[in-house]
Each structure stands twice: as structure tokens, then as C-alpha cells.
Design a protein around this ligand. Structure first.
Ligand code: NAG
Ligand code: NAG
Ligand code: NAG
Ligand code: NAG
Ligand code: NAG
Ligand code: NAG
Length: 585
């Protein structure tokens, strides 16, 4: 199985969850978008404001109707030890929380003492709330009808708003026949796995993630015994990234009393993982890829080989034009003479692009070189399957089944974890709705999940232990989560959610197009993680890290070798191979 940009100016991005505003700009409730997680915007100089979207009717939380709660924070003084937030209400009914903080926030802070954020919010239907009540201040005239209606978000989109134009990136989906060919290509592997996994093999029933969490506990217990200590109340310390966040959160949920220092980086939504729901994971994928255009433009022609024109839009257009040569659906429909080459080229290009936003810092320069090389091949009418596969090999290295560091197939774990009979072991094709969701979510790499679940859908393994408990809990030690602002596969919103599910947990928000902090060269986040592992220091208000090194400015020289006059991406080979072979994370 094989598979796997920018809106030039970020002028009119209506997304709810853009990276939060830094710098001088001040916001107020007329410009702060609603969001189902708290996102604080600098407001009125010394305050921070947010607009939280909650169900309009708490008794019917999923009917799509939402209420927007305006919230203001008078932040605790940064020099004091941070204690948390204190919500306030000024009285009434009818008293507004926002002006209350403007008027009395300092005084409240004086009597609550240092370390507390003082929070005010307008009650339902009042002040800057939406929807607003009918009559407002004594009712004459009635409040404008525009303000009286709730926000409506279709239930399946409540979590993430995905931009329909994919940031201007135009990449054709693979043809429907591709999904059929996936089944065929995987049939043999699938039958083998099913036959052996269900027959004599004694590992497969025990390869779900809860088993891995159990093993971590056994390791720590054995270590305690080795050191002559009781293993009853042993604490496990842990750093896990990506799927490692599935392991980490499964552990914290199963064994909260054994949680020691836990850093969980680039967080999967655990509930979605066990339900095989994936649409939400792709929230920032195209957004991250689209920054290639601005990064390349900012870098200039010296540093970015794919540079062109006078705006980043010109680079985006050049990118779209190049990708149009690999539109297999069109090639088939229009009877192009090069269908075989286009098919191979589309696969290679998609596999590379799948991996590019995993680290803008490491991958953007190499991606620019790849695009330039491929464009020259197309122009020379020489983008043959053979030449394109060679380009792919520059990213993955040659296939080497004896490589001891090769990743293993993920399906015994992934498919067994998924507790969704429609998606796993159903013997039915993947639901069309699933395919539509991944296509709608990301043109650059949504299809990765079709690859995974095409295999799962016909695989009937019989795991003995599937996780079905409640996620999170009251852990012995507070957990530290990390989210990157434009992560292509685990949106930072997942880290925010995980934080709320774990008592006392904190989250670090890192500005980066990437997945995981390793390789990001972001000393800010490394300092914070170190402080946590050293002294259990948790970030409070200072939980944001700006971008570290800038793509194209930092060139990963050490990893960049020349081979046959071509640039070779020699780092992370196994990662690239794992992604392109399995769509894994
Ligand atoms: C806060 O800022 C908004 C927008 O700049 C302004 O309209 C409002 O009057 C300010 N309120 C106070 C109390 O400063
Ligand atoms: C509260 O205000 C009084 C009077 O200005 C001041 O002396 C005191 O230090 C303040 N206390 C705190 C905790 O800010
Ligand atoms: C408010 O909602 C109602 C019912 O959905 C709709 O008929 C009406 O047009 C809406 N009004 C405005 C101003 O959007
Ligand atoms: C395939 O053929 C079409 C039509 O002749 C051409 O426009 C396109 O550039 C070719 N694609 C590749 C990858 O060479
Ligand atoms: C096409 O690519 C092959 C393999 O790299 C090369 O040997 C050949 O010279 C190229 N043909 C043209 C016309 O550039
Ligand atoms: C996908 O997007 C199309 C076009 O915007 C829309 O009509 C369709 O309802 C979407 N499908 C899903 C499952 O989101």
C-alpha cells in the first residue's frame, strides 16, 4: 500500500482557532471569534479576552445550537506564583461581568492576593453574549434581531472548522478506483494477518494499547523492586509523542495513581482514537502546508529554490500548476497517454507531501528542491514512473527489509484498538461519508486515513482488551501536555482537551508547523519541559513558546547530503517510510 498551500496573504482567515495573536494588536468582543476551547486574546492593554462557544441548551448539547460567552481575565501578576483562576459575578440578575472586571478587577485582585487570574463573564443573554435576550436594557427598543439568534454549528463540525478552500492549495483527490486498488493491494497481507493473527499467534490478541500501558507499569514496578523499594505505589515517568500520546493517556486513564512526571507531546484525541474518528485530526494540515508559500517567499530565491514572482501567491500558483500534472482522475477521464506515469507520480508526490508538514524547519527546503526537480522533469516530458519513484527514494532511502530500525506494520495495534464496528472488521467498504470527510478536511493528506481503514475494514482480529474507560482523571502528578500550532495530524486543540480531562494538568502551546517538539530546535519549550522533569515546575501563564528557528533560514546541513548531484534527505528516513507505507502517525 502506498499513498500520502497557502493562502498567500493571511488577510481573510475566518478560522476559529488561529494561533493566538501576539504582539501589539488589541482585541475586543467585536473581533474575537468564538471557540469551543478557551483562547485568550490581548484586550484593552492589560486584560485578556475570550469568547467561549458552549451548547445553548445544556440538556440537548448536541443539537447544533450554541451560545457564545464573552469572558475577560485580569491576569495574575507574572512575577507571583500562579495559583489559578477565580470566576466572579457582580450581582443582579442583570449585572454584567465584563464591566465589573474593568471597574473592580484590581480591587478584587487585591483581596484575593497574588497569583490569581480574576475572571468576569457576561451571563447568558446579556452584554456581549450571543444570542442576546429580547429586551436588553429595559427593552425599548428591542435588541436587534441579528443578535437574538444562537450560533448554529452542525453537530459534526462543532469541534473544528475546516477551511473549505484549503488555503488555496489545489491537489486532486485520487480516483475512486484507488480505493478499490487499496483493497486488492492489501488483500494478501490482510488475509495473512487475519489467518495467522487469529490462529496460532499468541501476541496479536494482546497488542492493543492498554497492554502497552500495562507493560510500562510493570517496567516501573520491576525497577522499584530492583532498587529494594515497594512496587505498590510506584510512579511512572514518561515522555511520549504522537501515538505515544495514545499510550500516555491510556496509562493516565487506567493508572492515575501511578502517574509520575508525564510529558505528552502532540496529542491524539483519545476518545476519537478508540472510536476510529479521524476528521478532526486534519484541522491544521493544509494550513501548515500552505505556510510553505509564505516561508519560501520570505526566504527569497537564494534560499528557496521554488521561489517565483512578487507574492507568495505566485509560489502557490506555481505549486498548484505543478500538481495539476499529477491529476490521475483527469488523466483517466481525458485519456492522457501518460496515465501510468501520472499514477506513479501522484503516489510519490502525495507520499512526500504527507510528511512535509511534520517539520517545516527540516522539510521545507528539501520540498522546494523536490518541486523544482519534478517541475524540470515535467517540462522535459520526462516525469516517468521510474524517475518519479527515484525522487521518492531520495526521501525514503531504498527499501531495505533487513533494516533493523524499520518500523513495523501498525495494524495489529491500530485496527484492534478501534472500537467501531462500522470501520473495523465490517467486511464492508469504507463508508462514503468517511471518505468525504477526509477529503473535505485536507487535500494534502486526508487520504492517509483511507489507507489505514481500508485495511482495518476487512481485518477481523480478536483483541482481548480494548480500552473503553473514561479518559483522564485525577492523576497522582499533574501531566504536562504539548501542542504545536500547525500540527498536521494532532491539532493542538487535542492537547487543550486532554488538559481539561486531567486534573491539574497544564499545556504548552508551541508556534510551529510540525509534529512533536523533537527536531524543532525550540529552546523555549525545551526549557519548560526540563523545568518540569527537574522540579515539577509547571508553566502557568507563560505557557506559550514562539517559533524557534525559521524554515529556510536554518538549513539542516548535517542531514543534507548530495548524491548523484541531487539533494538527499537523509534524516528521518524511517519516519518517511513509515508514513508513506502505512499512513501511520
Ligand atoms: C476596551 O476596548 C474596546 C475596544 O478597543 C473599547 O471599545 C472599550 O471602550 C474599552 N473598554 C475599556 C473599559 O477600556
Ligand atoms: C492592596 O492594596 C493596599 C492599598 O493600596 C496595599 O497596601 C496592599 O499591598 C495591596 N495588597 C495586595 C495583595 O495587592
Ligand atoms: C433567526 O432564526 C430564525 C429561525 O431559525 C430565522 O427564521 C431568522 O431569519 C433568524 N434571524 C436572523 C436575523 O438571522
Ligand atoms: C501527462 O500528460 C498530460 C497531457 O499530455 C500533460 O499535460 C502532463 O504534464 C503529463 N503529466 C506528467 C506528470 O508528465
Ligand atoms: C529522462 O530521464 C532519464 C533518467 O534520468 C535520463 O537518462 C534521460 O536522459 C532523460 N531524458 C531527457 C529527454 O531528458
Ligand atoms: C464535503 O464538502 C462538500 C462541498 O463543500 C459538501 O457538499 C459535503 O457535504 C461535505 N461532506 C462532508 C461529509 O463533510
Amino acid at each position: 500500500m502506498k499513498s500520502c498551500l497557502i493562502a498567500a496573504a493571511a488577510a481573510t482567515i475566518p478560522t476559529l482557532v488561529l494561533a493566538v495573536p501576539t504582539g501589539e494588536k488589541q482585541y475586543f468582543f467585536d473581533t474575537i471569534p468564538a471557540s469551543s476551547e478557551l483562547i485568550w486574546y490581548p484586550c484593552n492593554q492589560t486584560y485578556e479576552c475570550a469568547r467561549l462557544s458552549v451548547p445553548l441548551n445544556p440538556l440537548e448539547p448536541n443539537n447544533g445550537l450554541r451560545s457564545e460567552i464573552p469572558i475577560i481575565k485580569r491576569p495574575a501578576d507574572k512575577s507571583d506564583e500562579y495559583k489559578g483562576i477565580i470566576l466572579t459575578n457582580p450581582g443582579g440578575p442583570g449585572g454584567l461581568g465584563i464591566p465589573f472586571i474593568f471597574a473592580s478587577g484590581d480591587e478584587i485582585a487585591n483581596f484575593t492576593g497574588p497569583g490569581w487570574d480574576i475572571i468576569g463573564f457576561d451571563p447568558r443573554g446579556m452584554g456581549y453574549s450571543k444570542p442576546h435576550g429580547a429586551l436588553g436594557w429595559l427593552g425599548i427598543p428591542p435588541v436587534s434581531p441579528d443578535l437574538q439568534n444562537a450560533t448554529y454549528i452542525p453537530p459534526n463540525q462543532q469541534k473544528r472548522a475546516i477551511r473549505a478552500d484549503h488555503y488555496g492549495i489545489k491537489i486532486a483527490p485520487r480516483p475512486d478506483a484507488w480505493i478499490e486498488s487499496l483493497y486488492e493491494a492489501s488483500a494478501e497481507f490482510n488475509e495473512l494477518l487475519q489467518a495467522h493473527g487469529n490462529a496460532d499467534n499468541q501476541a496479536v490478541p494482546y497488542m492493543t494499547t492498554p497492554n502497552v500501558a500495562f507493560d510500562m507499569l510493570q517496567i516501573a514496578k520491576a525497577d522499584a523492586r530492583l532498587k529494594g523499594k515497594s512496587d505498590d505505589d510506584v510512579l511512572v515517568n514518561y515522555y511520549g509523542v504522537s501515538y505515544g500520546s495514545v499510550v500516555g493517556q491510556t496509562f493516565t486513564s487506567l493508572y492515575p495513581q501511578h502517574v509520575g512526571r508525564f510529558v505528552i507531546d502532540s496529542v491524539v484525541d483519545l476518545e476519537d482514537w478508540y472510536k476510529a474518528e479521524v476528521g478532526s485530526t486534519l484541522q491544521h494540515t493544509d494550513e501548515g502546508v500552505s505556510t510553505f508559500f509564505t516561508s519560501c517567499f520570505d526566504a527569497g530565491p537564494e534560499k528557496c529554490s521554488f521561489f517565483t514572482g512578487h507574492t507568495s501567491g505566485a509560489i502557490r500558483d506555481r505549486h498548484n500548476n505543478l500538481w495539476a500534472n499529477f491529476d490521475l482522475t483527469r488523466a483517466i477521464q481525458e485519456g492522457w497517454g501518460n496515465v501510468t506515469d501520472v499514477a506513479a507520480g501522484q503516489d510519490v508526490m502525495k507520499n512526500i507531501l504527507l510528511y512535509v508538514p511534520y517539520s517545516a524547519l527540516l522539510n521545507f527546503p528539501a520540498y522546494a528542491d523536490t518541486l523544482t526537480t519534478v517541475e524540470a522533469l515535467v517540462k522535459a516530458n520526462n516525469a516517468t514512473a521510474e524517475n518519479m519513484i527515484e525522487i521518492g527514494t531520495l526521501w525514503t532511502g531504498p527499501e531495505d527489509p533487513t533494516d533493523p530500525f524499520r518500523a513495523e506494520n501498525p495494524f495489529e495495534t491500530w485496527c484492534s484498538d478501534s472500537n467501531n464496528p462500522r470501520m473495523v472488521g465490517s467486511d464492508l467498504p469504507i463508508p462514503q461519508e468517511f471518505i468525504d470527510i477526509v477529503h473535505n478536511s485536507s487535500v494534502s493528506s486526508g487520504e492517509r486515513f483511507v489507507q489505514v481503514y481500508a485495511l482495518c475494514s476487512r481485518l477481523k482480529l480478536r483483541p482481548k482488551w480494548r480500552f473503553s474507560g473514561k479518559v483522564g482523571g485525577d492523576t497522582k502528578t499533574p501531566v504536562l501536555f504539548i501542542g504545536l500550532s500547525k500540527d498536521p495530524i494532532t491539532p493542538y486543540e487535542n492537547a487543550e482537551k486532554a488538559r481539561t480531562l486531567h486534573k491539574g494538568a497544564k499545556m504548552i502551546y508551541v508556534e510551529a508547523v510540525g509534529h512533536g517538539i523533537i527536531g524543532q530546535r525550540n529552546w523555549c519549550v525545551y526549557d519548560k519541559v526540563r523545568a518540569y522533569f527537574q522540579d515539577l515546575t509547571l508553566p502557568g501563564h507563560d505557557n506559550r513558546c514562539p517559533q524557534g528557528d525559521i524554515p529556510f533560514q536554518y538549513i539542516p546541513q548535517a542531514h543534507h547530503k548530495k548524491r548523484d548531484g541531487k539533494d538527499v534527505v537523509a534524516y528521518h528516513r524511517n519516519m518517511v517510510r513509515m508514513h508513506s507505507a502505512f499512513g501511520a502517525m
